[in-house]
Design a protein around this ligand. Structure first.
Ligand code: SAH
Length: 512
């Protein structure tokens, strides 16, 4: 049984030990503050139990949590109890561990980045500083300081010579600030509130003990949030970096097929964006692998093997493996990839593409192949549906065999709540990376959401071909990738954000 700290929000802040344990877990019992993205690290068949706290239907009380942990651990399963931040900092990890000990169950405790530490880094407010803060206190603001329950000595905290970091202080924020001032802490002491720290929705409000409660009301403060009180708050001007990331605060819907989603999401997230995954196409092995197996069986009769997507590469090589073959089966063939991402998928198997066209689309691949592969025997490994340009253009020049290595199946629905978010305009961008995806998204959206698309929610398209389809659907394209790759699309989004940022700055400056 493992009590594992999930970190403050950003899934990248989980420890390696935590990741290893999640990967091996049979059962994961998690809090709502633990990132749902971390649950993806567990095997698909692992049992996931939401222990809740505040989110309606999946709330267990502390006693029930103990019972669930004990029951699963007793039946010999590898149980991970995943807790937000650090399990032992305001996390009741101590209580859970004692319940386990009492039940005779052995456990390991894996620390996590506690909110105070994670939020400090991501907001640029160091809890300690050589000149201004030689101590830091982690305080719970869960109880009303005026209740007189005696759990905290607020008078001592007002005199505390260092930084105060108050957890769970949203409800009683005004009372906490007033109490500290009443106990003698200067009303102009710098103070900050950091909401949803380390997450794309992070929001920081700075002021003083006197001003913060009103600012919080005005800005509609929402938990989870930390209150930080002390001179160190002033360092934020110099040290903030997270909010300065190029796509910080942008909420981007990624509609790419499942298999490419996590990699695509990661490149946006490192730029500070919030990614909302909405796969419109799910990728599966083809229902009847007969023709593929047949082509694999006579690979020596081809000169070129052509891949038009990373999935094509993966499914083809998986199939080799299933048939008891290995990479030597393609050893004699020339390999072509439609673009750098497909070439990378080959490189992951230590295969080097002999041909990658400069422009990343079927026409360019056909043109390059037309000169290199004329008169030879070409095997096209592709999805069960998609453009047939390659076969059409190469057909007259070479002996082309086309075989489906995987199938694209349409997703039946968008993730819960996404349609509403689009209608309300509470996402900023939707990325569209193919015509099929654009059409599928259109079909899945409600009429009101369709109307918001292109107006309140902007569209970023991968290529002119995709943009054409998007326009035919009645939508406007706000950004088109200059080179037709995912990374190119991300670059174009960054440029767009830069331009808008610059415009905002120019507009704000009176000299302009
Ligand atoms: N064990 C957790 C704390 C649980 S108490 C830890 O070590 O971090 C829950 C409180 O933590 C919240 O009320 C809030 O004050 C703080 N918190 C957790 N995640 C946070 C986040 N991402 N941003 C700001 N505060 C957070």
């Amino acid at each position: 049984m493992y009590l594992v700290g999930a970190g403050p929000g950003d899934p990248g802040l989980l420890t390696r030990r935590g990741a290893d344990l999640l990967a091996g877990a049979d059962v994961v019992v998690y809090d709502h503050l633990a990132s749902s993205r971390l649950l993806d690290l567990a095997r698909p068949e692992a049992i996931r139990i939401c222990a809740g706290k505040s989110v309606g239907h999946c709330t267990l009380n502390q006693q029930q949590i103990h019972e669930v942990l004990i029951e699963h651990a007793r039946s010999g399963r590898a149980v991970v109890r995943l807790k937000g931040g650090d399990p032992l900092v305001f996390g009741r990890g101590g209580e859970e561990a004692s319940a386990l000990r009492a039940a005779g169950i052995s456990f390991e405790i894996v620390p996590g980045v506690t909110a105070a530490v994670g939020v400090a880094a991501y907001s640029g407010i160091p809890p300690t500083h050589r000149d201004t803060a030689s101590a830091v206190a982690f305080v719970t603001g869960h109880n009303d300081p005026r209740s007189g329950d005696g759990r905290l000595d607020w008078s001592a905290l007002a005199r505390f010579p260092g930084t105060l970091v108050v957890y769970m202080g949203v409800t009683h924020l005004a009372a906490i600030c007033e109490t500290l001032i009443g106990e003698g802490k200067p009303a102009d002491t710098p103070a900050a509130i950091v909401e949803s720290g380390t997450l794309p929705a992070q929001r920081t409000t700075t002021g003083t003990l006197a001003t913060l409660p009103r600012q919080a009301v005005e800005s509609g403060l929402r938990p989870p949030a930390l209150l930080i009180v002390g001179e160190v708050v002033l360092l934020r001007d110099r040290l903030a970096w997270f909010e300065r990331l190029p796509l910080f605060g942008q909420r981007i819907v990624v509609t790419r097929p499942e298999a490419e989603l996590s990699r695509s999401a990661a490149s946006l997230e490192t730029m500070g964006a919030e990614v909302i995954a909405a796969p419109t196409v799910v990728v599966r092995p083809i229902a009847d692998p007969g023709p593929l197996d047949d082509a694999i069986g006579r690979l020596e009769s081809f000169d070129w093997l052509v891949f038009t997507s990373p999935n094509g590469v993966r499914f083809f090589i998986d199939r080799l493996d299933k048939l008891g073959l290995d990479l030597r089966a393609v050893g004699r063939l020339q390999l072509a990839a439609i673009g750098p991402t497909t070439a990378e998928a080959l490189a992951a198997y230590h295969l080097r593409a002999d041909l990658v066209p400069d422009l990343f689309r079927s026409e360019a691949l056909a043109a390059s192949l037309a000169t290199r592969a004329a008169g030879s025997r070409v095997l096209l490994a592709r999805a069960d549906r998609g453009r047939t340009i390659l076969r059409d253009q190469l057909g007259p020049l070479a002996d082309v065999t086309q075989v489906a290595v995987y199938q694209n199946a349409d997703a039946d629905a968008l993730p819960d709540g996404l349609d509403d978010r689009i209608t309300a305009g509470s996402v900023d961008w939707i990325t569209l990376t193919s015509s099929a995806i654009a059409r599928r998204l259109h079909a899945l959206l409600s009429e009101s959401a369709r109307q918001a698309v292109g107006t309140r929610v902007r569209l970023a398209s991968l290529s002119p071909v995709t943009s054409e389809t998007v326009r035919a659907l009645g939508w406007e394209v706000a950004v088109e990738a200059r080179d037709y790759t995912w990374d190119g699309l991300v670059r174009s989004l960054v440029e767009q954000a830069d331009n808008e940022e610059r415009r905002r700055i120019t507009l704000a400056s009176p000299e302009a």
